[in-house]
Design a protein around this ligand. Structure first.
Ligand code: NAP
Length: 292
């Protein structure tokens, strides 16, 4: 099976929280331009972000400054039916049916004011996913030119393998941070390397818990990382990104901040090479015990 190719920037800007940034359209245009100037060319969305409003907010900026589109890669996700005022489902649930994936992809195209999405991910594993049928949906939407590449998020290795067997996937977007290390042990990052596919990493700062968490683990990790960061002459954000980037699967690490300084700190990590001893010192602080 040919490996799909798409070049994403090593640091990807995540737009989950864009609605809370309360930017005007010109401010959003400027924000995107500044991210591009930093070398962040990939932008991570999902249909449901910001109560289904995030894509449209970004899209308004692309409508105002259409030339930005060709300088970036647009990533989005679908497959979660999230209850909201406009979506009064009884419960939240997952849906990877032909009709729903098509409807959400077409809505994302409208929201983002674009003809094609560079990468669409199935947001969470749908227990009712029919892999062969979903692969057909992928193939049809690709043929129609609506989506260039496909991938998944939060999928186990076997769920990834099942779908990948039917349609080439580009990535598995998973959580990894000094506070959440399951992907190191559950095979996700091994599988990525085995297949030569670069994973994407979400919440590399633990959603902010790295800075504000008062639980034992967060306090311990913050203390250790502060001491390492001081030694390297960098801040905690840069160290956390460098820690994730150090993994041999060559992950694309997603930011969550609306602050340009926060994006700059993330990009600075590309020039930091963590010593293995320091990488393991973060691991040790996270686990609360030494390696066996
Ligand atoms: P994160 O980088 O772990 O957390 C970002 C949060 O940390 C923001 O609220 C940010 O606030 C805060 N923060 C950053 N620096 C801080 C500091 N020095 N002090 C205090 N707070 C600080 O990333 P995330 O937003 O959780 O996730 C990143 C992206 O991953 C999302 O935008 C989304 O694209 C993607 N994602 C994907 C999934 C999935 O299931 N596939 C799940 C979650 C997220 P400020 O804005 O004030 O800096």
């Amino acid at each position: 099976m040919p490996t799909p190719s798409l070049t994403l920037s090593p640091i990807v800007a995540g737009l989950w929280r864009i609605v809370s940034w309360q930017l005007t359209v010109p401010e959003r245009v400027r924000w995107i331009e500044q991210a591009l100037e930093l070398g962040i060319t990939s932008f991570d969305h999902a249909d449901i972000y910001g109560d289904y409003q995030a894509e449209a907010q970004f899209g308004e900026a692309l409508k105002a400054a259409p030339s930005l589109r060709e300088r970036m890669q647009l990533i989005t996700k679908c497959g979660i039916r999230l209850r909201s005022a406009q979506h009064p489902y009884r419960i939240n649930y997952y849906d990877t049916s032909v009709a729903y994936v098509r409807a959400q992809v077409e809505q994302s195209l409208r929201n983002l004011h674009t003809e094609q999405l560079d990468l669409v991910l199935i947001h969470r594993p749908d227990y009712l996913m029919d892999a062969a049928e979903l692969a057909q949906t992928f193939a049809t939407l690709t043929r129609e030119g609506k989506v260039a590449h496909w991938g998944v998020s939060n999928h186990t290795t076997s769920q990834f393998a099942l779908l990948h067997q039917h349609h080439p996937l580009l990535t598995n977007q998973v959580e990894l941070s000094p506070l959440q290390m399951n992907a190191l042990d559950d095979g996700t990052l091994d599988q990525a390397q085995q297949l030569g596919l670069r994973p994407m990493i979400w919440s590399p700062l633990g959603g902010g818990r790295l800075f504000t968490g008062e639980d034992e683990q967060a306090v311990r990790v913050r203390a250790e990382m502060t001491s390492i960061a001081n030694r390297y002459g960098i801040n905690l954000t840069t160290l956390a990104f460098a820690w994730a980037l150090r993994h041999p699967s060559r992950p694309h690490v997603i930011t969550g901040t609306g602050r340009m300084d926060g994006l700059r700190d993330a990009v600075a990590a590309l020039n930091v090479h963590l010593d293995a001893e320091d990488w393991y010192a973060v691991w040790t602080a996270s686990k609360g015990h030494s390696v066996p």
